[in-house]
Design a protein around this ligand. Structure first.
Ligand code: CP
Length: 315
């Protein structure tokens, strides 16, 4: 049995196989309509979500399966003190696969140790969001036709933005990638990302503060929201929240084929006048979320692709 807790759980070949399967699903979704007939997905969301939870449910239903779960710890027996370990044991009796979001880093890992069915991390605190990373990679590959030799700018809350941490950890494995980290001092990328991920592979990176100066140098821009829910101090959040806003005017500084990604939700870091620009790729990411999660459910449940007859992940 395999789980997806963070990027270490998939090697490069497996990751490419999942991206390829998601592409095949995107080009012919009807071919996959009964792949998971009779299977059940449980969504255990201890933290708010629109995209991740609903796209997991949409993905399972698009494969012919059904869903159950809760959307908020307050609606579960966590309010009575039930542990993540016990919840995972219990839900394993009800479902064939679990997607879990939790504010505590490591909670989905803990669940996977006690679950009898595969567990997918749907975001844990500021740590990791591996399914969003697969979506981001699929979208970059669609737009740039490669995942290597890219100059990628990450802008905004790079301290708490778990999608940034996960995506950097994946992109370092492709040759020739380099990064610009655009943030204020208070929201810099964590030191562990620099020490454990960037330095060991001599990956080129620069930490900068100006979005305008950096835009002309980028192949891909990844914007992020300042993560209100992870601040201890409301004043700090208010001071930092509007620090970067991408507008249609600023986008004139960027190359014509530089996609703008954002995991969403956005607050005010991308103005709505950018939405009409062909470089805006954030709603592509939303659509790709369904295909990636369909591919992951198939992979972890060892359901063969009806178009190739093959399973995507070895046991
Ligand atoms: N991108 C993302 O994780 O969105 P939600 O928080 O709405 O799930």
């Amino acid at each position: 049995m395999r789980h997806l807790i963070d990027h270490f759980d998939l090697n490069q070949e497996e990751l490419t196989n999942i991206l390829d399967l998601a592409d095949r699903i995107a080009s012919n979704p009807a071919a996959y309509a009964h792949v998971a007939d009779g299977k059940k997905l449980a969504t255990l969301f201890y933290e708010p979500s629109t995209r991740t939870r609903l796209s997991f449910e949409s993905a399972m239903q698009s494969l012919g399966g059904t869903t159950l779960g809760f959307a908020g710890a307050g609606l579960s027996s966590a309010t009575k003190g039930e542990t993540v370990a016990d919840t995972a044991r219990v839900v394993s009796c009800y479902a064939d696969i679990i997607a879990m979001r939790h504010p505590k880093e490591g909670a989905p890992l803990r669940a996977s140790m006690f679950s009898r069915v595969p567990v997918i991390n749907a975001g844990d605190g500021g740590h990791s969001h591996p399914t969003q990373t697969l979506i981001d990679l699929m979208t970059i590959r669609q737009r740039k036709h490669r995942l290597d030799h890219l100059t990628v700018g990450f802008c905004g809350d790079l301290k708490f933005g778990r999608t940034v941490h996960s995506l950097v950890n994946s992109l370092v494995h492709y040759r020739g990638n380099q990064f610009y980290f655009i943030s204020p001092e208070e929201l810099r990328v964590p030191d562990y990302l620099i020490e454990d991920t960037l330095k060991p592979g001599n990956t080129p990176y620069q930490e900068v503060t100006s979005l305008e100066d950096t835009l002309p140098k980028l192949d891909v821009l990844y914007m992020t929201r300042v993560q209100k829910e992870r601040f201890f101090n409301e004043e700090d959040y208010i001071r930092l929240k509007g620090i970067y806003t991408l507008t249609a005017d600023k986008l004139k500084l960027a190359s014509d084929d530089m996609p703008v990604l954002h995991p969403l939700p956005r607050v005010d870091e991308i103005s709505m006048d950018v939405d009409q620009d062909s470089r805006a790729a954030y709603f592509d990411q939303v659509q790709n979320g369904v295909y990636i999660r369909m591919a992951l459910i198939m992979a972890l449940l060892h359901l063969p692709d009806p178009q190739t007859g093959k399973e995507v992940l070895p046991c």
